[in-house]
Design a binder for this molecule. Structure first.
Ligand SMILES: Nc1ncnc2c1ncn2[C@@H]1O[C@H](COP(=O)(O)OP(=O)(O)OP(=O)(O)O)[C@@H](O)[C@H]1O
Ligand SMILES: [Mg+2]
Length: 269
């Protein structure tokens, strides 16, 4: 039995059989790893996370989760589906897809209740996650009326309440102010210290150095073009530019203009 969390062998997927999203992806994720998936728009990052969460299934190739094939038919069986959902949690790119209950409280309680956690324990978890994500004052609010940053925190709380082994984060810091970005990063780092495996899809190269031991870069061909440490990948400006991950800016100084590339300069240990 494999000790990998996920193993993808030559995985391809096209929506409705005609809109390609992944093409020949190979990937191994080990227990306790922090992984960042980076790539330009439309290169397949979200699709990959949906695949790892058992929401879509490959047209070609194999996905192993915890050493077992991850197949649609096995997730049709309630017990197997619950076992899987207790181990893997996805925080969606768009929190509006994830949050659908009339109140924040119900949204956070929904996952663990569905998965058979008893009510007393759910109340305990609700209190705990509300404290960790500083959303105690939002518990009786209607989720879709919250700000983007508040929704993101609630979406993370609803996955944290399940306490999975593996967190899948899809653009967790997009649209957040700097202090909320910091809180989300701290949350990811603390969860990883508690032994959780973290896979994050992000455009934000500044956070990739901090939230990942390994970076995988998706190219326009919708497969992984390069994998390595954040330091090795993010210091290669020519590579990042080629993959539309950094851009050049024109600046004017004293009447003359010059162009230079913006690149992720801060790499955190
Ligand atoms: N529901 C869908 N139906 C048809 N095509 C889709 C669907 N969702 C995604 N795609 C296509 O699949 C490809 C990969 O999309 P995906 O959302 O995985 O990219 P992404 O890397 O997450 O992009 P972004 O950075 O914009 O979030 C894109 O070409 C997209 O148009
Ligand atoms: Mg996406």
């Amino acid at each position: 039995m494999s000790s990998n969390i996920f193993e993808l062998n030559d995985v391809s997927y096209a929506y409705a059989g005609k809109f390609p999203a992944l093409d020949g992806v190979n990937l191994v994720v080990r227990p306790g790893e922090k992984v960042a998936i980076i790539g330009a728009n439309g290169t397949g990052k979200s699709t990959l996370l949906h695949l790892l969460d058992g929401l879509v299934f490959p047209d070609h190739g194999d996905v192993l989760a915890f050493g077992e094939p991850l197949r649609e038919v096995s997730l049709c069986e309630v017990e197997a589906a619950h076992r899987f959902r207790r181990r893997v949690g996805l925080v969606f790119q768009n929190a509006d897809i994830q949050l659908f209950c009339p109140s924040v409280r119900e949204d956070i309680a929904f996952g663990p209740l569905q998965l058979g956690v008893d009510e007393e324990e759910v109340l305990h978890r609700l209190d705990a996650v509300a404290g960790i994500l500083a959303i105690g004052h939002l518990l009786d609010r209607v989720p879709h009326q919250l700000s983007i940053g508040e929704k993101r925190r609630v979406a993370i709380a609803s996955v944290l309440a399940i306490d999975p082994e593996v967190y899948l984060f899809d653009e967790p810091t997009a649209g957040l102010d700097p202090s909320t970005v910091r809180q989300v990063i701290d949350f990811i780092l603390k969860a990883n210290k508690r032994g959780k495996t973290i896979i994050t899809a992000t455009h934000d190269l500044h956070i990739a150095g901090e939230i990942a031991d390994t970076v995988h870069v998706f190219g326009r061909n919708r497969r992984i073009e390069r994998s390595g440490t954040p330091e090795s990948v993010l210091s290669d400006t020519a590579f990042l530019e080629k993959h539309n991950l950094v851009h050049s800016h024109q600046h004017r100084h004293d009447g003359s203009s010059h162009t230079h590339t913006h690149r992720p300069t801060e790499l955190h240990g």
